[in-house]
Design a protein around this ligand. Structure first.
Ligand SMILES: Cc1ncc(COP(=O)(O)O)c(C=O)c1O
Length: 390
């Protein structure tokens, strides 16, 4: 009765079962996986709701790309970062997930492939699978800093690959694409009739990245590029459900992509008028919330450094940007075992590296967005547990 693409393994994993059991027993959990900004003390003030009461939203003015005034606000956002984007390059969506679907439907036939970084955002498997695509991973390695294994790519283009996805900065490694890597990837795509898809939802949160990072892929003009972002991270407003795709690239390809995407977007017209009209104000909200989030991220990172300095078994990887830190922990047990044990014994919830498809064991992922006191108590318990176990 059901499609093979929905034949998922839906049984809860060991960590989820452990969490459910703890919650059933009423035991407390120090949650270091929390990255919902509205639960981390960054819910917007109620006055933001005024932006949803624009009388203009009482009329229906469908536009496949989204209300022009709202798209102009997206262009203003890029202009503030020194990147020039025209409103006709912008498609508003209800999320980056929807943006991925539009782009995948534009580019690929069933069975085609997309290249994704490994480790990275766990949703890629689902986003690709729902659109009948297969993912092929390209590795990121760490040595003082994260880098893309370009040598692996030099082995050749993957047959039926349509796109290379970069996450800038990546979740959870925090690594930005560096300009040398971008030059390679742009040429790699150009030579093989592929495109670049750049997910920049965390791009405003720069922590330890160097100047060699790409400013924004939306500025790309020499290879067809789809840059995705949205309010969920930029303005810490995931509940508003607004994302976008900026299309850029060589003139002929760009025009065809825009024409065809317009048909896809016109078929859904998915954005609601209240959110479209509110977008200029919702984007403006970033100026209030981003400094507070940056303070939290920096403060938690600093604390982590102080604590890990006296724990030889644990190393923190460099965090270019974003909301996560990765700890390298001993590989004496699997990272899932570490996570289950930390939850059962210490009441601390962390994501094991394998959720993000790390190639080997010994990685725990922490959300730097968590409130300071929770973060400090929880990381203290993690380091104490690891020290005791080794
Ligand atoms: C890399 C990446 N892209 C996109 C998203 C989600 O964006 P949206 O809420 O717009 O779908 C996330 C959420 O954590 C993410 O990590």
């Amino acid at each position: 009765m059901f499609s093979s693409r929905t034949d998922w393994l839906l049984a809860p994993n060991r960590l989820t079962r452990q969490l459910e059991e703890r919650r059933r027993e009423g035991l407390p959990v120090l949650d270091l996986s929390e990255s919902n900004p509205t639960r981390c003390g960054f819910a917007a003030e109620p006055e933001i709701l005024k932006s949803l009461q624009d009388p203009r939203l009482l009329t229906y003015e469908p536009d496949p790309r989204g209300l022009l005034r709202a798209r102009q606000a997206v262009c203003d956002y890029y202009a503030a970062g020194g990147v020039s984007v025209r409103p006709e390059q912008v498609f508003l969506t209800t999320s980056t997930s929807e943006g991925y679907t539009y782009v995948f439907r534009l580019l690929a036939d069933p069975g085609d492939k997309v290249l994704i970084p490994q480790p990275s955002y766990p949703l890629f498997d689902f986003l690709a699978g729902i659109n009948d695509l297969e993912v092929v991973s390209y590795p990121l390695h760490y040595s003082e800093n994260w880098y893309i294994d370009l040598d692996e790519m030099r082995n050749g283009w993957v047959p039926r690959a349509k796109a290379v996805i970069v996450v800038h900065p990546n979740n959870p490694t925090g690594s930005f694409v560096k300009s040398g890597e971008f030059d390679f990837l742009a040429e790699y795509c150009r030579q093989n009739d592929g495109v670049l898809i750049a997910d920049e939802v965390f791009a405003d949160y720069v922590l330890e990245a160097g100047d060699d990072r790409v400013l924004s892929h939306a500025a790309t003009s020499d290879v067809l590029t789809f840059t995705l972002s949205g309010l969920s991270k930029i303005s810490a407003l995931p509940q508003m459900k607004l994302g976008w795709v900026v299309v850029s690239g060589p003139k002929g390809q760009l025009e065809t992509a825009l024409e065809r995407l317009e048909v896809i977007a016109d078929t859904y017209l998915s954005l609601s008028a209240p959110i479209a009209h509110a977008l200029p104000a919702l984007l403006e909200h970033r100026k209030k919330v981003q400094p507070r989030i940056m303070e939290r991220l920096n403060s938690n990172l600093k604390w982590l450094d102080r604590e890990t300095a006296s724990c030889q078994q644990v190393k923190r990887f460099k965090v270019g940007g974003g909301w996560y830190a990765v700890l390298k922990v001993p590989e004496t047990v699997s990272d899932e075992d570490w996570a289950v044990d930390l939850l059962a014994t210490d009441g601390v919830l962390v994501h094991p590296g394998h959720f993000y498809d790390f190639a080997d064991d010994g990685h725990l992922v922490l959300s730097l967005l968590t409130k300071e006191l929770t973060f400090q108590e929880a990381t203290g318990r993690i380091l104490a547990r690891i020290s005791k176990s080794s």
